[in-house]
Write a protein that binds this ligand. Structure first.
Ligand code: MG
Length: 383
């Protein structure tokens, strides 16, 4: 019998994590789950543990995981130390880092140090520490397979990176694509969360409404594929059928196409380099897709994209600052403290005042992250 691929999931109770478990359930004869790590949603984590029977469960809640290990051989781990233990376990063939936020960075680095391949869904890992993470991955010969649909698409298109002229990243444009700037300024949380194509977590959905998500993806793409920012292009494509493309030096453009479902990129990333019949196999039809539209992004309406290019080109802690200020502003928006449009204004103000550290250490990155978050919160408090 074929050997099962051993996998752990960091962030199993989130949007990507739960969909990854659906993929694994379908491919139950291909995968064996070593560990599931979730945050505070202990009830869901318990249900997942009962169903998938991992060896380890890690949670980050104050309340213990009562009964999750009852009558089973499950070891309960907790917090950052628990994630550390999971990512040091060389039994893993691959670890899916599907949590959101900076919490994903240290476990990813730990897994890389231990030579374990990564299916990466956590944006902050590359936005905050792309130089360090990619260097270490190259040194250790570790594969980092992107889960994010755009990067996953590019990963599938590339045969030889040296022959690539540019990356073309598609953006759905979010819920405000055809709204005016004034309408956008009046947007409610509910409107910002009503994404037309993708069903995702709240933070990333707001980022998709402001297009900051695309900005962060440009930075991720730069690190993942080692392509200059000037050779990364964004194109708005409302149907989200073309997930991204690359142009080769000879002018040939290769795109990856499929339904807008995260099951496909998740399955690709955890199965790579193999392909199996999955949840969404045989479900795409060109005739059903009918038409595909493309347009240039409106940088005046979505200035976050420009700011992200600027941060990326500046390098060092500029992207750490961008990410932290934006995230705090998004949280404030979700709490009703600020308007949608102020997310950019606040982020820009904090970004412009940031003194960039080039080639930062991991400790410096976390220190900047913390300082920027505090500054941003203070700024919002005093508005
Ligand atoms: Mg994406």
């Amino acid at each position: 019998m074929e050997k099962k691929r051993k996998i752990s999931i960091i962030g199993s109770t989130g949007s990507i994590g739960t969909q990854a478990l659906e993929v694994i359930e379908k491919l139950h004869d291909k995968f064996e789950i070593i560990a599931l790590a979730g945050g505070n949603n202990v009830e869901l984590l318990k249900k997942q543990a009962e169903k998938f029977k991992p060896k380890y469960v890690c949670h980050n809640s104050a309340s213990p995981l009562n009964g999750a290990d009852r009558g089973k051989d499950i070891k309960i781990l907790h917090g950052a130390d628990g994630l550390d233990e999971i990512c040091s376990n060389k039994e893993n063939d691959i670890i899916l880092v599907a949590c959101s936020g900076k919490i994903g960075l240290k476990p990813t680095l730990k897994a890389i140090e231990n030579g374990i391949d990564i299916a990466l869904a956590n944006k902050e890992t590359l936005v905050m520490a792309g130089d360090i993470v990619m260097k270490k991955a190259h040194e250790k010969g570790v594969n980092i397979i992107p889960v994010d649909s755009e990067h996953c698409a590019i990963h599938q298109c590339i045969k030889d990176i040296n022959q690539v002229e540019k990356l073309i990243i598609t953006a759905s444009g979010g819920p405000f694509l055809h709204k005016t700037i004034d309408e956008m300024k009046q947007a409610t949380v509910k409107e910002a969360l009503a994404h037309p194509r993708w069903n995702m977590g709240r933070k990333i959905t707001v980022d998709s409404a402001t297009l900051m998500n695309k900005g962060l993806e440009i930075i991720e793409a730069h690190h993942l594929f080692g392509i200059d920012y000037d050779d990364i292009e964004v194109v708005v494509h409302p149907q989200s059928i073309v997930h991204s493309a690359i142009e080769y030096k000879d002018g040939s453009v290769v795109a990856q196409i499929g339904l807008p479902s995260m099951h496909i990129p998740i399955q690709y990333a955890i199965s790579y380099p193999e392909r199996f019949e999955g949840i969404k196999s045989k479900s795409f039809s060109f005739a059903d897709a009918a038409r595909l539209d493309f347009e240039k992004p409106d940088f005046e309406k979505f200035p976050s994209v420009k700011l992200a290019y600027q941060a990326g080109k500046t390098g060092g802690t500029a992207t750490v600052c961008l990410n932290a200020a934006n995230e705090e502003a998004v949280f404030a928006f979700l709490e009703g403290k600020i308007k949608l449009y102020q997310i950019y204004e606040i982020t820009k103000q904090i970004f412009d005042s940031h003194e960039v550290i080039q080639n930062p250490t991991i400790d410096e990155i976390f220190a900047v992250d913390e300082a920027v978050r505090k500054l941003t919160k203070d700024l919002i408090q005093n508005m």
